[in-house]
Design a protein around this ligand. Structure first.
Ligand code: NAI
Ligand code: MG
Length: 486
């Protein structure tokens, strides 16, 4: 065991400075590939949240009145600084979260890209001019919400940091970021990089800590004007409820059980690629994972043969060796996933592939596929958040749609077919915030993202995030008040 004193320390970033928690308390994060302690992190509690919200409040007037092009320039500088630190941040992310190094690199690039994209938005926040009668001039102005809070999950820490924070800052809000207790390290580092590029103090604050101790006081703080939350449904409901008590704007992104529909006329190699990326990327710990493979009866057997071969060639190892799949993030997550595998065995019999944990240190589980799954089973209805694919067969277009829609979630839906009429009929009728045609994870920083049904509400990414982080003011002027009426 590494002695605690050897661990690197990560403090809070509040008001442009790195500071210890008010209580002086720390917690340890763990490397999920080794189960060894990785770092010592300041443990924010209510007084630290008070301090961070107060720093963000003090910073708001100056930041919102900073010339838009200057705000954009600073965010662009931050994007470049994140890119310049890509290797260091990626390695930190891999050790903290477990993901393969190349995935961590791509998450860091995505984070930089969000800051770059929204840097370009800062000076393009136009309002509308609305024609009324000749006696009036009417226009709208987009104003920032004020102090915003971002509560970030552990699955894509750097990526979701950029996604949630960049649009907030670009639109003139200040931010208090609460990273997940499992993976807080890159958030602290990006907070420090922001200070280095000259972001005014208090504009971006980072308060690592636990959900109950740091997340809850942030979500319910009356000084917070907007909350962005990504995570589980029960926590999302708590956060949303706390925000609404203060009539605070809230956006909830809450996961899914997304269907990936494969027709016999699809390019099967590409559909297998998509299926694998959809469920094994990040060891399946992705809100937009393609966790239900809905495959046509005429192609099911051939498709599963190819899929099984491809899974057989996958490497599962510590993220630092850059395997196809790393460990799960935590012991808790390993317990959840192995429980679901047991449920799957009861519901659908032994898995076609995988189903076991690896006999080594670290939270490793095999890529797992259950065949012969009925859509009513728990492994077809509940988010597992692990590398566990449920295969459901269908025959007709109506059946495929019925299976796709018959879940509580509605985050993503995918379809693989060469028949574009069919693809667009599916896109029209499926209940999901985004539809992928012939590629899982299609889209980018520019495309709006969010859920239907229990997958939450509100949109991030693209210009949709600008709506989420601004409030519209309508100004209506009577320009002929003294004109004779009639
Ligand atoms: P969680 O939803 O409890 O945690 C997400 C974030 O919320 C973390 O930063 C956490 O500290 C914070 N949090 C927890 N309780 C809070 C509270 N009362 N008030 C304010 N913030 C709070 O998720 P958890 O327990 O880590 O994972 C459980 C399941 O949630 C996963 O198995 C997965 O199914 C789902 N999940 C979905 C994610 C997504 O991207 N949609 C991301 C992470 C988890
Ligand atoms: Mg960790």
């Amino acid at each position: 065991m590494t002695a605690q004193t050897d661990l690197n320390t990560y403090d809070l970033v509040v008001g442009g400075e790195t500071v210890a928690a008010d209580s002086g308390g720390y917690f340890e994060t763990v490397d999920p590939a080794t189960e060894e302690p990785l770092a010592k992190v300041a443990r924010a509690r209510k007084p630290d949240i008070e301090r961070a919200v107060s720093a963000a409040t003090d910073a708001h007037e100056k930041w919102s009145s900073t010339a838009p092009q200057e705000r954009g320039r600073l965010l662009s500088d931050l994007a470049e600084r994140i890119r310049a630190n890509q290797e260091r941040l990626a390695l930190l992310e891999t050790r903290d979260n477990g993901k393969p190094l190349s995935h961590a690199r791509s998450d860091v690039e995505t984070c930089a890209r969000y800051f770059e994209y929204y840097a370009g938005v800062a000076d393009k926040l136009h309002g509308d001019s609305i024609p009324l009668t000749d006696d009036y001039v009417d226009y709208t102005v987009r104003e920032p919400l004020g102090v915003t809070a971002q509560i970030i999950p552990w699955n894509l820490p750097t990526n979701i940091f950029g996604r949630s924070v960049a649009p907030a800052l670009a639109t003139g809000n200040t931010a208090v970021v609460k990273p997940a207790e499992q993976t807080p390290l890159t958030a602290v580092e990006i907070g420090k990089l922001a200070a280095e590029v000259g972001l005014p103090e208090g504009v971006l604050n980072v308060v690592p800590g636990f959900g109950e101790e740091a997340g809850a006081p942030l979500a319910e703080h009356p000084g917070v004007d907007g909350v962005s939350f990504t995570g589980s449904v029960p926590t999302g409901i708590e956060v949303g409820t706390a925000a609404v008590e203060n009539l605070t704007n809230v956006h909830l992104e809450l996961g899914g059980k997304s269907p990936n529909v494969v027709w016999p006329d699809a390019d099967i190699d590409s559909a297998v690629d998509s299926t694998m990326r959809g469920i094994f990327a990040n060891a399946g710990q992705v809100c937009s994972a393609g966790s239900r493979l809905v495959v046509h009866e005429d192609v099911r057997a051939a498709f599963l043969d190819t899929l099984t071969d491809r899974i057989g060639a996958m490497t599962v190892d510590a993220g630092e060796t850059d395997p196809d799949m790393g460990p799960l993030v935590s012991e808790t997550q390993l317990e959840t996933v192995t429980e679901y595998i047991e449920i799957g065995r009861t519901e659908a019999g032994d898995p076609l592939v995988g189903g076991d944990t690896l006999d080594r240190d670290g939270y490793f589980v095999e890529p797992t596929v259950f065949d012969g799954v009925e859509n009513s089973m728990r492994i077809a209805q509940e988010e597992i958040f692990g590398p566990v694919l449920s295969v459901i067969e269908f025959g007709t277009e109506a059946e495929a749609l019925e299976i796709a829609n018959n879940v509580e979630y509605g985050l993503v839906a995918g379809i693989h077919t060469r028949d574009m009429g069919r693809a667009h009929r599916f896109a029209r009728d499926v209940q999901a915030g985004q539809v992928y045609i012939n590629e899982w994870f299609a889209g980018g920083e520019e495309t709006p993202f969010g859920g239907f049904k229990k997958s939450g509400f509100g949109r991030e990414k693209g210009l949709a995030a600008v709506d989420a982080y601004t409030q519209v003011k309508n100004v209506c002027a009577n320009i002929s008040p003294t004109r004779e009426r009639g």
